[in-house]
Design a protein around this ligand. Sequence first.
Ligand SMILES: [Zn+2]
Length: 106
Amino acid sequence: MKLMRAPNVLIGQHWINVLSAAGISCELHNRYLNGALGEIPAEQCAPELWLVDERDEMLARKLIDAASNGPAAGTPPWRCHQCGEILEAQFTVCWQCGTARDPLDG
Ligand SMILES: [Zn+2]
């Protein structure tokens, strides 16, 4: 089922990471590959987030809502315990290796 539209592929991919980390199966659709981007209005390039299992909808929306709004202001960056990458507080998943943030890491 279609969950929602992402503003762009990067954010869509971030949502995928967030949902995957929570064990939710999901896919990005409407991704234009192979360099077709230049000829298509940006609006139509916006990827759509699809859930494999619609029973995940409530949790998925909650997670994306949290990921979109980000943490409270002043939250410090965190270090990925897997690869050591320093990540801004609004990321809940390491973009480098895909490891979910460990709340105990601070
Ligand atoms: Zn990492």
